[in-house]
Design a protein around this ligand. Sequence first.
Ligand code: SAM
Length: 232
Amino acid sequence: MNENQLSKRLHYVASYIKKGMKIADIGSDHAYLPCYAIKQGTASFAVAGEIAEGPFQSAKEQVEKVQLGHLIDVRKGDGLEVIGPNEVDCIVIAGMGGPLIAQILENGKEKLDGVSRLVLQPNIGAAHIRRWLLENGWKLIDEHILEEDDKTYEVLAAEKGVLSRPYNSDELLLGPFLLKKKNEAFQKKWLSELRVWQNILNSMDKATDRPETEKKRQELLKKIAIVKEALK
Ligand code: SAM
């Protein structure tokens, strides 16, 4: 894939960037997302942040190749440490696990003062992000779930704000917006999760009944009940 053939997943991520926004794409890897957002005229400036040397070099090469070095600054560092205070309006973190995305936001909290929008695309564990948003004064403004290459991806967009009531456990797990739409990708993702959880549960039943195992079993049973109800 190259920047001219942006994945469907990254297209959805980019669709949540508002015109003229200055963005930071954290964990940018190949920098396809910032290159696309700048070329489209959506973002006006971008920081591409990367922690690892290989992807950092790959981002630099890509930005040079498309001659966008004056508008995209590739920086090496951990999470939000690559951005200065009030430098960007929008932070994008895509293609990682939900717990890691939530950790990056938590570690860089002081950098979020001037940020008005977060666009987050967890590959797994989106509930960790929804919980972090809830606990830190951000609210979801939209979510989307899509299927690409036989995998499902969730995209979450959030802005600062307090909810009239906190998300309940169904909404935390499945997504308040996704629950309303329950599209094909949603059904596919959760049917597949159900199968995985059922297998774990079956293997647990055979294991010893230690208190930790029982706690895990109860958590799984709760999640299974939530998902089964949603898929009815
Ligand atoms: N964002 C791109 C996308 O969605 O296609 C690339 C996703 S890639 C699977 C995840 C990237 O995040 C890797 O290149 C990894 O080095 C980077 N990464 C992981 N933890 C990071 C952190 N704490 N700070 C910055 N980058 C990080």
